[in-house]
Write a protein that binds this ligand. Sequence first.
Ligand code: COA
Ligand code: ZN
Length: 305
Amino acid sequence: MRDKVLINDVGPRDGLQNQSSILSVEQRIQVIRGLLNAGVRSVEVGAFVSPKAVPAMANTDQVLAGLTSESGIDRQVLVPNAKGYELARRAGADTVVLVICASETMNQRNVRMSVEDSMAQAREICRAARTDGIRVVGCIAVAWQCPFEGATDPGRVMDLAGQLFALGVDDVNVADTIGAANPKVVNDLMGALAREYGASRLACHFHDTRALALGNIYAALEAGIRKFDSAVGGIGGCPFAPGATGNAASEDVVMLLEQMGLDTGIDLAALMDVGKLVGSMLGVATGGRADTWRRLQLEKGAPLI
Ligand code: COA
Ligand code: ZN
C-alpha cells in the first residue's frame, strides 16, 4: 500500500481572504464542491473572524449551510477567539483552526491581543470543543520568520506546540505565513517537533513567496510529516503580514507527492479544473508553477503523474 498524505485545501479561506475581489457564498460553495469532487477530503471552508477585519470571510455560516449534504469530509474553519468558536459550533463546523502567532507583534496585528490572551482563548475553546465533539487544530503562525520581528526562535515554537497539545488540541499546524523558510530550517524544526510530539499529530503550511514551498514540503516529508495545507491555484496570503504571497498550489503539491509514489487520493486533472474555475472567478492567473507542463501533457493525452 502506498503511504498516504492528507491535503487540507485552504484555498477557500487563506486563498480568498487576501484577494481584491470578494466571492459570493454560492461561488465559494461551488469551489469547495469542486475540491470535494476532485477527492479532497479536508477543506478550510472559511473563517469566523470579524467581517470588518476580513470582509471576504463574511457569511461563512452560509457556506457551511450549503455543505451539509457532503459526508466523509472535514469542514475546517479558522477561529481567532471564543466568539468565533461559538459561531463555528452553531454553524456545524467539523474542525476549528485556532491561530497563535509565534511573535507578539504578529499576534497583535492579526487578532489584536497578546499571545498569552490567545492562549487563554485556546484553553476555553479546547474545553468547549471536547464536550461538543469538535476537532481542534492549533496553528502556529510565523513559525520560522515574522515580518516584524525577524527570525523565530525554534524553541519558542517547540514551547507553543507543547502548550497547545497540553490544552488538548488534536493537531498542531506549523505555518510559514510569509513564505520565508527554507528546506534546512524546515527539516530541523519539524524533525525536532516530530521527535518530541510525534509526526502523526503535526501538519505544515507553506507559502511560495520565495519559490521554496515545494522544497519545504519535501523537507517536512523527510521529517515524517504527512499532513499539508495547500491552496488550489496557489492563491493566498495574509492581509496582516506584509510580503506574503500565495500558498503552495495544491496542483503542484499533489503532483509532487503522487510522482514520488505517495497517495493523496486526489484526481489531479479534476483539481486543475477547480484551479481554473477559481482563477476565472477572481480574475487572476492561477494553476501553480507546473501548470503549463500539466496542460501540455493533458493536450497530448500524456500522464500527469
Ligand atoms: N467573529 C465575528 N465577529 C467578531 C469575532 C468573531 N470571531 N470576534 C469579535 N467580533 C466582533 C465583536 O462582536 C465586535 O463587533 P461590534 O463592533 O459589532 O460590537 C467587533 O468584532 C470588535 O470586537 P473586539 O473583541 O473588540 O475585536 P477586535 O476589534 O479587537 O478584533 C478580532 C479582534 C480577533 C475579532 C479581529 O482582529 C479578527 O477578526 N481578526 C482575524 C484576523 C484574520 O482572519 N487573520 C487571517 C488569518 S490568520
Ligand atoms: Zn497562510
